[in-house]
Design a protein around this ligand. Structure first.
Ligand SMILES: N[C@@H](CCC(=O)N[C@@H](CS)C(=O)NCC(=O)O)C(=O)O
Length: 218
């Protein structure tokens, strides 16, 4: 019997700015890479801070549901999906541990500085210490990516999915000159699974625009 699809939860609508970057894309991308059946469910954008605290205690998205398993945090969702497919997370112990290590590096060492830096850029409040911190981390990744095509083993894994998704943020890409990182982002985002996940997320929010417009017209 075919497996029940996993459910990826996201917002029903977002403004233009975050489209293509809402983190349900990470889970969509992983499912596309591994051929894991999935479907999308939504929580309303309006009232998001409190309307789904039972599923996500910080009022954010994405969430992942797989039968009785309900997860928040995109990293946790990815590791869970990785357990279903060697295409995402190697089955052997060493490979698996190394990929998980890089997932944490992407989320906890890189995104931990890219996100606050980006938010400060939005509000035009650069803080030199944070820019210095960011520059250091990006230079370290540039050195690593100058030496390898993939972060773990000789193939695509969740390590690359997470790192590429963290590094592909427009403001970060435009900040400084890092040819190896740029080539890496280009390679990862050219993957058919990424392109499909990205296009589907844009289509999801475009459909929501139409529904909102129809409601406004009524
Ligand atoms: N660490 C969380 C971050 C989740 C996150 O920042 N989600 C954003 C969308 S990508 C969100 O829900 N923003 C709405 C809000 O914070 O109100 C994860 O990786 O899942």
């Amino acid at each position: 019997m075919p497996a029940d699809p996993v459910i990826i939860w996201t917002l029903d609508w977002v403004p233009d700015g975050p489209r293509g970057f809402v983190r349900d894309l990470r889970l969509r991308w992983a499912c596309e890479e591994a051929g894991i059946p999935y479907r999308i469910e939504t929580v309303p954008f309006e009232g998001r801070e409190t309307n789904h605290l039972d599923r996500q205690p910080f009022g954010q998205v994405p969430m992942l549901e797989d039968g009785a398993i309900r997860l928040f945090e995109s990293g946790a969702g990815l590791i869970h999906l990785g357990g279903k497919s060697d295409a995402l997370l190697p089955a052997n112990e060493k490979g698996r541990a190394e990929v998980i290590q890089w997932i944490f590096a992407g989320l906890n060492t890189l995104e931990m500085v890219t996100m606050p830096w980006v938010v400060l850029q939005w509000s035009k409040r650069g803080i030199p210490e944070i820019t210095g911190w960011l520059d250091n981390r990006l230079a370290q990744m540039e050195a690593i990516l100058s030496e390898c095509e993939w972060l773990c083993g000789n193939r695509f894994t969740l390590a690359d999915l997470v790192m590429a998704d963290v590094l592909r943020v427009d403001l970060v890409r435009k900040h400084g000159d890092r040819p190896a990182s740029e080539a890496y982002i280009e390679r990862m985002t050219a993957r058919p699974a990424f392109r499909k996940a990205y296009a589907d997320q844009l289509a999801h929010f475009a459909k929501a625009d139409e529904a909102r417009k129809e409601n406004d017209d009524d």
